[in-house]
Design a protein around this ligand. Structure first.
Ligand code: MLT
Length: 404
């Protein structure tokens, strides 16, 4: 008889953004006239830039011609894309990463979730608290997290690294030694960033204790300060302890198109085992790969026109971040983030819980955000707003919140 994977049954509730989606849908059904503004999930709103659309059109046309038709993509992704990534994202920043260390995929979300499969289920993970839920959820499904405590909303076998007002939402090195350390900078959900010298401390620590850092750099396009690193491979010794995830979702508007990549240095090992060949065998090599048309779109991201148009798009969202940050600060809210990241992290007023503030905002201002406690216990009493809305909606949402 077939048996279900019991680890899935340990997951509390549904995925954070599904819970929010359900709540908003119910509210809209009960209040059909409410003009709801969604600044919850970090989903982009601006159309894909013309240079990228044009590359996709050409790739579609190639598919219609016998001589240029493409079937399965190569396992690691097309060389034209991996070469340009290696050059533009790594070599130009002084990082020693080559094209054959880049694995193109259908997005950072699946890679962040699947990466744990190449590690032993005995490995102990450390995560920031609050944290993007995918890291913990995927480890729960793999049976690596122990038991769930409903009161503390924590897992017995996970090392939590609190990111609080006191530490500027930047985690401290853990007191218990982990095997795998998930880091995301610029951070989702707090919008915080760390300097290269601080990231170097993590790399030195990981090399010392033999841990691997799983580094999510999905928001690197939003970095505005010079001393904030775009890649963990800017740090000395990172090739010996780090895997990096990148996404085209937030910088190029591909949340629906799906494209990302993972960098695994060829010499990176867990114990004595090289990890590059294991990821090459991951399930989904063929299924998770991105289609030719999408990889051509990815290549256009690095073209002269593509870069110019995407810079404008990032500036558009960061202007929204400024509208949110300054509008809320002016209204007396305690706010952070929004400088190197498209997320603003605010404190719920009057010591409200994050979910009470969620309900309050939805009901009184018809604005949707994300409750901080949904990202982990240290997120309680905090709230995330995304800068990915339209400018008009962002302005309107902040006006409504200011009037409360
Ligand atoms: C978020 O809102 O945290 C992100 O959009 C989720 C994601 O990128 O998967």
């Amino acid at each position: 008889m077939a048996k279900a994977n019991e680890n899935y049954l340990k997951l509390p509730g549904s995925y954070l953004f599904s819970t929010i989606g359900k709540k908003v849908k119910e509210y809209q059904e009960a209040n059909p006239d409410a003009k709801i503004i969604r600044l919850g999930i970090g989903d982009v709103t601006q159309p894909i830039a013309p240079a990228i659309i044009s590359a996709m059109h050409s790739a579609v046309d190639e598919m219609a011609v016998k001589e240029t038709f493409k079937g399965y993509a190569p396992d690691l992704g097309y060389e034209f894309l991996r070469n340009v990534i290696a050059e533009e994202d790594y070599k130009s920043r002084g990082c020693d990463i080559s094209a054959d260390e880049i694995f193109v995929s259908d997005g950072a979300k699946s890679d962040c979730a699947n990466i744990q499969e190449i590690f032993s289920t005995d490995n102990k993970i450390a995560v920031c608290d609050p944290v993007y839920p995918v890291y913990v959820d995927s480890n729960v499904m793999a049976g690596r997290t122990g038991t769930y405590d409903k009161n503390t909303e924590t897992w017995s076998d996970v090392i939590y690294m609190p990111c609080t007002e006191e530490n500027g939402f930047a985690p401290q090195l853990p007191s218990v030694t982990p095997d795998l350390i998930y880091l995301c900078f610029p951070n989702n959900p707090t919008g915080s960033a760390i300097k290269k010298s601080e990231l170097q401390k993590w790399v030195d620590y990981a090399n010392k204790v033999g841990a691997i850092i799983l580094y999510d750099a999905a928001y690197e396009a939003y970095i505005s300060e010079d001393d904030v690193p775009h890649s963990i491979f800017e740090c000395d010794g990172a090739r010996g302890c780090a895997i990096e995830f990148r996404s085209f979702s937030k910088n190029a508007g591909f949340t629906g198109v799906r494209l990302g990549f993972t960098v695994i240095p060829k010499d990176l090992k867990a114990g004595d085992t090289p990890l590059h060949p294991l990821w090459a065998r991951r399930h989904g090599t063929k299924y998770n790969g991105a289609p030719y048309i999408v990889q051509k779109a990815g290549e256009a991201v690095y073209s002269r026109q593509g870069k110019k148009q995407l810079k404008e798009q990032v500036a558009y969202y960061m202007n929204n971040a400024k509208v949110i940050y300054e509008g809320l600060k002016d209204a007396g809210y305690s706010v952070s983030g929004g400088v190197n990241a498209p997320y603003i992290w605010l404190k719920a007023p009057n010591n409200m819980t994050s979910w009470d503030f969620f309900d309050f905002l939805l009901d009184k201002a018809h604005v949707v955000g994300t409750p901080g406690s949904g990202f982990g216990p240290s997120g309680e009493h905090f709230f995330r707003l995304t800068a990915f809305g339209t400018y008009e909606n962002t302005l309107e949402a902040i006006e409504r919140i200011r009037k409360l």
